[in-house]
Design a protein around this ligand. Structure first.
Ligand code: MN
Ligand code: MN
Length: 302
């Protein structure tokens, strides 16, 4: 079926709401909450935009074919679980519903994919992982998101990982990859350092030490990518990562650890009228699937 035909679900997977009982390998859940954003708004529209773009990556039953790697992801069962029904304003209610839906998705699939929304959603999403011992977070992001508070707000997209470490004693380590810019919060940086986080600046990526043998929750903020490549984001920073750098990090992290969940956040579709950012965002989710489920014949996941 051509990529502009028919109703849009993620990779043209069947839509099964979380009110029903089902099981699958992969579940897609939209989290259209962007009230926590500190700059340009509109990430609430990303789940629908990614569904639309993902029709170009429709997964055939026999899998994707590459002449050098053969068929991959054949028979993979993907379900689009719809979106969290977020309120318009009340953040506590939003967090409750996001966490509840994330738990429900975790119970049904091997690999949950959460698409925001702004980065504030990572806190309620991580709350659904309070039972995972020695949980590691790997955050690919230009920013630290470890601010205690900003303009009197404690649950914005600047603070999800600060709130997460306060609330989740099982969250033992955070690795942040791709840091850059001139707007660091000194207190947040000192606090993350004091907790022993692995903080990797953009220039140090090649030598980054990544967790191994851990249960890893991967949080991808698309502003890690270069804004020339991915303009559709709220808080762009120049000199970002290339697509290949991010794809390679995903492969390294997924092959050395067990991914327990992935979120992809801070996508503002209206900021890229070409639509290229949406295609790249979809491809990053496909890269997560390739890295997690790829056969030994194609260990590089490409
Ligand atoms: Mn960021
Ligand atoms: Mn972020």
């Amino acid at each position: 079926m051509l990529p502009f035909v028919g109703p849009a679900t993620f990779l043209r997977a069947p839509y099964r709401p979380l009110t029903e009982q089902w099981e699958a390998d992969v579940g897609f859940l939209g989290v259209p909450w962007d009230v926590g954003v500190g700059y340009r708004v509109g990430a609430r529209f990303a789940p629908q935009a990614i569904r639309q773009a993902s029709l170009r990556y429709t997964l055939p039953p026999e899998g994707y074919y590459h002449p050098q790697h053969g068929y991959r992801l054949g028979g993979l069962k993907v379900v689009d679980a719809g979106d969290v029904e977020v309120p318009t304003i009340e953040y506590a209610l939003a967090h409750e519903r996001i966490c509840h839906s994330a738990r429900a998705l975790r119970a049904r699939v091997r690999l949950p994919l959460f698409v925001g929304g702004d980065h504030s959603i990572s806190y309620p999403l991580l709350c659904a992982y309070d039972d995972v011992p020695d949980l590691h977070v790997v955050q690919i992001d230009a920013h630290l998101d470890f601010t205690d508070e900003r303009s009197g707000t404690r649950y914005s997209n600047s603070s999800p990982f600060r709130r997460a470490v306060e609330h989740l004693p099982n969250l033992t380590h955070i690795t942040t990859l791709g840091l850059r810019g001139v707007r660091f919060d000194p207190e947040a940086f000192a606090s993350a350092q004091a907790r022993g986080h692995t903080l990797v600046f953009r220039e140090q990526l090649a030598e980054a030490s990544l967790p191994e043998g851990k249960q890893v929750y991967l949080s991808i903020d698309v502003d890690a990518l270069d804004p020339a490549l991915f303009p559709a984001t709220s808080s762009p920073e120049p000199d970002g990562l290339t697509y290949a750098e991010v794809a390679h990090l995903i492969q390294r992290i997924a092959h050395a650890n067990t991914l327990v969940g992935v979120d992809l956040v801070e996508i503002v579709p209206s900021l890229d009228p070409t639509g290229n950012s949406m295609l790249i965002a979809t491809r990053l989710l496909v890269d997560c699937l390739l890295a997690y489920f790829s056969s030994p014949a194609s260990p590089d996941g490409r």
